[in-house]
Design a binder for this molecule. Sequence first.
Ligand code: UT7
Length: 353
Amino acid sequence: MDTSDEWIRSRTGIAERRIAEARDTTASLAITAARQALQRADADPRQVDLVIVATATPDYPLASTACLVQDAIGAADAGAFDLGAGCSGFVYALVMGHRSIASGESDLVLVIGADTLSRMVDWDDRSTCVLFGDGAGAVLLRATEGSAGIRSTLLGSDGSGSRMLYVPAGGSARPACAETVLQKEHALRMDGRQVYRFATQTMADACERVAERAGVPVKDVHHFVPHQANQRIITQAAKRLQVDESRFFCNLERFGNTSAASVPIALCEAAEGGRFRPGEQVILVGFGAGLTWAAALLEWGDAELGRRVSWWHSLGRKALYGWAHVRSRSRRTWRGAIQRLWRLLLPLTGLDD
Ligand code: UT7
């Protein structure tokens, strides 16, 4: 392809990316992230009330990836749905999870951002295929007493820009057919320059507005965890906000743009690296297809990362995942057996199918 490492690094800041193995899917990455989050929080998957997966690359157009996750982790009492808001998806999902808890509807919500955009780019289109990587990140939300947690949120959209970043075919407007495949209409199309302009404006505006809603001057926000699309977009946003760029956590150099997974992967890496201290203000901000944008301001709590989880609990969770697998298989087998029996008996009953 007519590109170079120098062009990609200087125009985007990306040096490496992760591409899912053939056996992996968005759901398998999401399940791994979900299990890690449950392990970190030492939480019982059976107590999860809601599973939200933000993704633009679900395993299937129907059923949802969230249901595949719910089944694999054994969240037997949970509701589950996918959320489509492009690269803003994770922050959108976080806001939905937060509101579900605030309304008293849920106690424990699993929020996942997962995408395998490597499956949806045209590998002959240099303007997009050099940008995207695959990944998943997850957080577990629960109600707490005290000031730590999500303090303000902001969601935005502008559908007039939907053609700036979209996949033309495979939906009801242009169902899949031989021609759509030949024309590569199932691959992502992007007007990079326009999206760039939108992103630089939106990211700073969203940060300012979400900080204002929390009553925190933006200069007092300690950390920003932005969607990792392009280092230049992040630099521009920092300039507009007049805050030091070092306050923006960046890891796109190693992961590229992982779409809905980028904010949670960055958040987890930053937290794991000990970047946040209790009481500090953190803004998560995303933008992407739709067009959409979203931001949340959190006060970092005593997240107890790195806390030792007893081997007994870890083993218990592994056993639950094993049991979830058995439960899922036996349910499928049972349904198949009932169906076969019904087909056998139907002619004898004289009833219609
Ligand atoms: O998460 C979803 C949101 N997506 C984004 O945030 C992406 C936002 N956009 C961007 O990050 C940037 O616009 C890009 C990285 C996509 C492109 O960078 P740019 O500096 O805006 O480049 P450009 O589109 O203005 O293109 C400049 C030149 C063009 O050549 P000409 O027309 O000047 O001769 C492109 O054809 O660079 C060319 N070009 C490339 N050259 C080498 C485009 N892609 C490549 C490439 N390698 N991969």
